[in-house]
Ligand binder design. Structure first.
Ligand SMILES: Cc1cc2nc3c(=O)[nH]c(=O)nc-3n(C[C@H](O)[C@H](O)[C@H](O)COP(=O)(O)OP(=O)(O)OC[C@H]3O[C@@H](n4cnc5c(N)ncnc54)[C@H](O)[C@@H]3O)c2cc1C
Length: 543
């Protein structure tokens, strides 16, 4: 019976109250289980840290992230001060500055912090989507990995210490400026110039996408004068931060974007910025791609699983709270099927990211530029696997996250697109950016196809498939092996003909299915290991 009632009593309050009280880690037994399985003996200590960190990420930083995500809070530029001095001040809401300071003060990249703690903190933060902080964290991490390998001067060592351990309690923020107006994917076509003047390097030219433009230091690619090869440089962004004196560049404008809107992404013109060369100057592309961008791609994969964890949790709760036609949504088979799909994607994505991170951490000496190293064959192969899996994860998870967010919006109905009601709109807008930066899908697909050709002599693709899917159903491995052999029988993807077009479409589809198989395997292994441990300990397995 449904009689009129002018004082409609309907309220979302119970759902909102529940949501307000969720602790991302404490209320996620699946995440805890993955940590126990993959972090091994360290798990107990990391669990304690994750619980403490989660209380901040799930409540205080969640609220701050929501507050800054409105159009009137977008960063903007003040190019001049009141006295005609060019300052190019990026004005950001107080909340983001506070949140950033608190998060960076955790010293996530310090030697004293376990890599698993770093993983968990980035995961938990990513449940708030990018929020103006995840990109700078990824860039800083990439900068740390780069400098740990190549810092060889007093100044670069000082910068490494500033980003890793902080100076007087202040932790520096990193950025990476590679893309130019003529193309982001084609880094070798960079035109920005580096000139050695009086014993110091200086940078000239324009970078067109510079996120975390408020950073303290940036990794900048540039060609040394007269060279066709790109080099990699470390540019301090300030000559005097207190007095707002920048290091020989102007911030021409901030971009007006669809996603990651809390994050200032700028167009910057360098006009003699003092820079420090990092790594071999003729191998800048390999150095940046092999180390800096690989870390950022890893973060895209970790963040995707985190977004799904939140979406799945909120979707389930909403389906149980919300009624339609007198029934809770969770009583409709269409909705139940959709939720089951969410669960499958969430769990496989998270398990895959844990497993890949574990393999990434086990690489002795960390990431390396390029494909060939002088290392023993087994190690070279492991490096190659991690490199390919990071790219596969980046494209697969970025795309899955967007499907997930779109379906999540549809599950919530009209309320799903309300930015102050659900996380999905922000997740979708940020997710679209995740598909682009650090290498768009087509570029990475092409890159991987080419990489397999380049390593064919020392790592045939069928052995790669067998190694990555070790433990999977043999018939599945056989099918993938047959398929990859055929797809790689075409030596490259650059000739415009029917066969190449067909292979391109199939390669795209193959890569997603292959990475899903990797994720499913990671999940199955984790579940069985967790099950065995819990059986041994006489405890029921958490979901
Ligand atoms: C919000 C945002 C923030 C960003 N922040 C930064 C930043 O901080 N620092 C930075 O350096 N960059 C940044 N980028 C730039 C980003 O990395 C580039 O957009 C990206 O690398 C692609 O470059 P492009 O946009 O010039 O596209 P293009 O290189 O012009 O590519 C256009 C299309 O062509 C395809 N394509 C290009 N080459 C190939 C190929 N060889 N094979 C197959 N397909 C190909 C691409 O996949 C894409 O679909 C940011 C981008 C966005 C959207």
């Amino acid at each position: 019976m449904s009689l009129p009632d002018r004082n409609n009593p309907y309220t979302f309050q119970p759902y909102l109250e529940w949501r307000k009280g969720v602790d991302y880690y404490a209320d996620d037994p699946f995440l805890q289980k993955m940590l126990r399985v993959f972090a091994g003996p360290e798990a107990e200590a990391i669990d304690r840290e994750a619980r403490e960190f989660s209380r901040k990420a799930s409540f205080r930083w969640r609220d701050l992230a929501e507050r800054i995500a409105t159009p009137e809070n977008r960063p903007y530029m003040q190019h001049y001060d009141g006295h005609g001095n060019r300052i190019d001040r990026i004005v950001r809401p107080y909340e983001v500055e506070v949140m950033e300071r608190e998060i960076f003060s955790e010293g996530m990249f310090s030697d004293a912090v376990s890599p698993w703690t770093r993983f968990m903190k980035i995961f938990l933060l990513s449940e708030n989507s990018e929020a103006g902080v995840v990109c700078p964290l990824a860039c800083t991490w990439g900068m740390v990995a780069l400098l740990e390998k190549y810092a060889d001067s007093t100044e670069t060592k000082r910068i490494l210490s500033h980003v890793k351990e902080g100076i007087d309690g202040e932790f520096a923020i990193g950025a990476q400026f590679v893309t130019e107006i003529q193309g982001g994917s084609d880094v070798p076509a960079n035109l920005v110039e580096a000139v050695e003047e009086g014993g110091a390097w200086r940078i000239y030219g324009r970078k067109f996408f510079c996120s975390a433009a408020h950073a303290d230091y940036a990794v900048v690619t540039a060609k040394p004068r007269g060279s066709e090869r790109v080099g990699c440089f470390l540019v301090p962004m300030w000559l005097d931060k207190e007095r707002e004196i920048r290091n020989g560049y102007t911030i021409d404008r901030l971009k007006w974007k669809l996603g990651t809107v809390e994050l200032p992404t700028a167009e910057i013109t360098f006009d003699g910025a003092l820079a420090h060369p990092v790594g071999p100057l003729d191998r800048g592309v390999a150095v940046v791609v092999g180390i800096v961008l690989t870390i950022s791609r890893l973060v895209v994969g970790i963040g995707g699983g985190a977004g799904m964890a939140r979406g799945w949790r909120e979707g389930r709760a909403y389906a149980s709270f919300r009624t339609a036609f007198g029934l809770p949504l969770e009583m409709f088979p269409m909705v139940v099927a959709q939720l089951a799909d969410y669960e499958r994607y969430t769990r496989r994505t998270i398990a895959g990211s844990f497993r890949l991170y574990r393999d990434f951490m086990r690489l002795p000496g960390g990431l390396a530029p390029g494909l060939t190293t002088q290392e023993p064959l087994d190690l070279k192969r492991r490096r190659f696997e991690v490199r390919q899996l990071v790219m596969l994860q980046k494209i697969t998870v970025a795309s899955d996250t967007n499907d997930f967010a779109r379906k999540g919006i549809s599950l919530f109905g009209g309320h799903g697109v309300m930015e102050d009601f659900s996380i999905f709109p922000r997740m979708l807008r940020d997710g679209l950016v995740n598909e682009l930066w650090e290498g768009p899908r087509n570029v990475l697909l092409t890159q991987m196809h080419r990489d397999f050709q380049r390593v064919a002599e020392w790592y045939p693709a069928d052995e790669f498939v067998a190694s990555v899917l070790r433990g999977a159903d043999p018939s599945l491995v056989e099918d993938f092996t047959r398929e990859i052999r055929e797809l790689l029988s075409l030596p490259h993807l650059f000739e415009m003909n029917e066969r190449t077009l067909e292979i391109c479409a199939r390669w795209d589809d193959f890569c997603s299915r292959f990475f899903h198989a990797y994720q499913d395997l990671a999940l199955a292994e984790a579940e069985s290991e967790a099950g065995a441990r819990e059986y041994a300990a006489g405890q029921p397995a958490g979901r």
